[in-house]
Design a binder for this molecule. Sequence first.
Ligand SMILES: CC(C)(COP(=O)(O)OP(=O)(O)OC[C@H]1O[C@@H](n2cnc3c(N)ncnc32)[C@H](O)[C@@H]1OP(=O)(O)O)[C@@H](O)C(=O)NCCC(=O)NCCS
Length: 184
Amino acid sequence: MVGMSADPVILRPVNEADLPLLARFLTDPEATGPFQWLGWSDPERWRREWEVNGLLSDEGGRLMVVTGTDRLGFVSWRRAVTSRSSYYWNIGAQLLPESRGRGIGTQAQRLLVRYLFAHTPVVRIEADTETENIAEQRALEKSGFSREGVLRSTVFRDGRWRDAVRYSVLREDVPTGLPDGGAA
Ligand SMILES: CC(C)(COP(=O)(O)OP(=O)(O)OC[C@H]1O[C@@H](n2cnc3c(N)ncnc32)[C@H](O)[C@@H]1OP(=O)(O)O)[C@@H](O)C(=O)NCCC(=O)NCCS
């Protein structure tokens, strides 16, 4: 049963058998939860991208969040460019409904931060979430992110523009060393 596994939470690349589960996040409002449901979109989008690059590129990526053989959701990152010579990552996380509220989002985002600082030279990783998404705000804070401020009317969802909270974590905020636990 999900959440009862004694195995650690790890991040790993998406394989072909994961694609139907990922497609749920493009096709099923119950799977995304209210904050991530933006209407239906191309259900084959991620499969096509996976066939090209395994959902891992220089512009960003997706990794599965798993424990043992249980798939719990995914984490993602994309490049945010601030000048011709500067970029950092903006990250996100989506767990299946039955995997939420057990500390997994906190662990997964902490692992993703360590992974990105280990394998890319950026010094800043940021995340945005709606002001009403308390679970993600708490998960980010517990993953080591600091709250930077509110971005007004940045996300159009379910009929109106929503405010977002921006968080960041800097390389110097994170203890050095190898990632704890699994592939990432
Ligand atoms: C947001 C998300 C990744 C957080 O991961 P999670 O595993 O559910 O969160 P955690 O169990 O690590 O909990 C983090 C904190 O949030 C709190 N929390 C969890 N669910 C909550 C809820 N529905 N309302 C309020 N607080 C909640 C927890 O109590 C915990 O805080 P605490 O330690 O102070 O008690 C996950 O809930 C999710 O995938 N949600 C749907 C998609 C989404 O909104 N993604 C973020 C998009 S920006």
